[in-house]
Design a protein around this ligand. Structure first.
Ligand code: IPM
Ligand code: MN
Length: 352
């Protein structure tokens, strides 16, 4: 019996989460696994009424679950940054979810802005380091608001943090078994301390424990270029936190938009959290027009993580069926179906 914590969150988060849960239920009936969900109200509305971003012991309370399903965080009435840092980043850090796994896969029938590229060209995975880099919030400000202001924000890279991320990426590349090629995306020509560490550990660990995995390297700027021009060159990309943040938004566009991009915040030894990577899209709230596919794809990732491979595969196939046979677009209001109808389509396809 899996224990799943559900944080629907803000804006359209609750609507897409409802469809994701519909799909989870259908998969559980068909593939015979059991689960129970616990609903958690963290998000902008709770913050506005209680003045508290997260309750005390929030992350501890999540440790007893097998996985967390997150809708979206971000509220139009809350100053940007408060909820993102106070909820999303805090949970990632405190639960030590040191991997942010973000597949970039173009499903059949989905429009991509890349001319002449199809599903066979766009199918790679980004392994983003998720607990270090510029995100740790180390640094400070001096003479703030004056012409002499000094602002320093450190980019923190630890041997341990870098190595565990790289090892995860190597293992993932091996398990994926597509082209058995792992590309390190960094900026070694400029970040001569931090990314030198990444490069050395990449080669050291690769030589020692992953001789079967081919290693490649590209700078972040070149990676952006190839992601647009030759996305078929990529199998698995491993990259530091901030670079991963940036290239996965580019990846989301390449795979058809925020409506379909999902990710997992993973602690391989602890509790992991799955989420659509787009925001809360508040302007579409309550209209039943937002695309729930990204949330549904995050359920697919959660099932794979839990070891329910058959169920995960069934969700993946149902999504591919819906994108190729049913949905007219991935954009809110243009799908040809409502949010709940898309959930029904996928759930019924799995059941059939
Ligand atoms: C993401 C988001 C977050 C990040 C923000 C909301 C802090 O952009 O999940 O990619 O930068 O990691
Ligand atoms: Mn981002």
């Amino acid at each position: 019996m899996y224990k799943i914590a559900v944080i629907p969150g803000d804006g359209t988060g609750p609507e897409v989460t409802q469809e994701a849960l519909k799909v989870l239920q259908s998969a559980s009936k068909k593939y015979g696994f059991e689960y129970e969900t616990t609903n958690i109200d963290w998000g902008g509305d709770r913050y506005l009424s209680t003045n508290e971003v997260l309750p005390e012991n929030a992350s501890d309370s999540l440790r007893k679950f097998d996985a967390v399903l997150l809708g979206a965080i971000g509220h139009p009435d809350v100053r940007p940054g408060i909820l993102e840092r106070g909820i999303l980043l805090k949970l990632r850090f405190e639960l030590d979810q040191y991997i942010n796994l973000r597949p970039c896969k173009l499903y059949p029938g989905v429009w991509t802005p890349l001319k002449d590229k199809g599903p066979e060209d766009i199918d790679f995975v980004v392994v983003r380091e998720n607990t270090e880099g510029a995100y740790v919030g180390m640094g400070g400000v001096f003479k703030k608001g004056t012409p002499d202001e000094v602002a320093i924000q450190e980019d923190v890279n630890t041997r341990k943090g870098v190595e565990r991320c790289l090892r995860y990426a190597f293992d993932y590349t091996r398990k994926r078994n597509k082209r058995n090629t792992l590309l390190l995306c960094a900026k070694t020509n400029v970040l001569t301390y931090a990314h030198d560490l990444w490069e050395r550990v990449f080669n050291e660990v690769g030589d020692k424990d992953y001789p079967d995995i081919k290693r490649e390297y590209a700078h972040i700027d070149a990676t952006c270029m190839w992601m647009v021009k030759n996305p078929e060159w990529f199998d698995v990309i491993v990259t530091p936190n901030m670079f991963g943040d940036i290239i996965t938004d580019l990846g989301a566009m390449v795979q058809g938009g925020m409506g379909i991009a999902a990710g997992g915040n993973i602690n391989p030894e602890g509790v992991s959290m799955f989420e659509p990577i787009g925001g809360s899209a508040p302007k579409y709230t309550g209209q039943n027009i937002i695309n729930p596919m990204a949330a549904i794809c995050s359920v697919q990732m959660m099932l794979e993580h839990l070891g329910e491979d058959k169920a995960a595969d069934a969700v993946d196939k149902a999504v591919a069926w819906a994108t190729s046979e049913k949905l007219e677009s991935m954009s809110a209001g243009k799908m040809g179906y409502s949010t709940s109808e898309v959930g029904d389509l996928i759930a019924e396809r799995i059941a059939s």
